[in-house]
Design a protein around this ligand. Structure first.
Ligand SMILES: [Zn+2]
Length: 145
């Protein structure tokens, strides 16, 4: 816990699922609106690097990331999923799981790159539909409560 860290003090999005190790949230800021279904898998401890986790926790976190990816693919059928762990701005382990479409604002560049076009709107999934899709996949993950 770090009182100055936004991922220690705030959820980081709308909660979809959580375990003792991590939580999965839907991103609700501007990037979440530009990329419907965009999620973050956030470690529940203030640790900066994957290699600072023990093997079991690293595996558990990746299982949650992969389950989130599978849920988003089933629910949204995007053209591509982007996985990214940066943490340069907020050095607290979190993975971005971002559905991408060929006609989204930045494709094929990363979502953080300069926009290439106006986006073609894609339907924004309901919180319930995302929660169900992701929970179904996460139910098989190690450490599920
Ligand atoms: Zn933190």
């Amino acid at each position: 816990m770090d009182g100055d860290c936004e991922l220690c003090t705030q959820p980081g999005g709308e909660l979809l699922w959580e375990s003792d190790l991590c939580r999965v949230v839907r991103v609700t800021d501007a990037s979440g609106r530009a990329f419907p279904g965009s999620c973050r898998v956030i470690l529940k401890r203030h640790i900066a690097e994957m290699s600072d986790l023990d093997a079991g926790d690293a595996r558990g976190l990746m299982e949650a990331v992969l389950a989130t990816e599978r849920g988003l693919r089933k629910a949204l059928r995007p053209d591509k999923i982007n996985l990214a762990s940066l943490g340069n701005m907020v050095p607290h382990l979190h993975w971005h799981v971002v559905p991408r479409w060929r006609d989204d604002r930045h494709f094929p560049a990363p979502i953080w790159a300069a926009p290439q076009r106006d986006a073609t709107p894609h339907p924004i999934p309901s919180l319930d539909s995302l929660r169900q899709a992701i929970a179904a996949e996460l139910s098989t993950v190690t450490g599920t409560p």
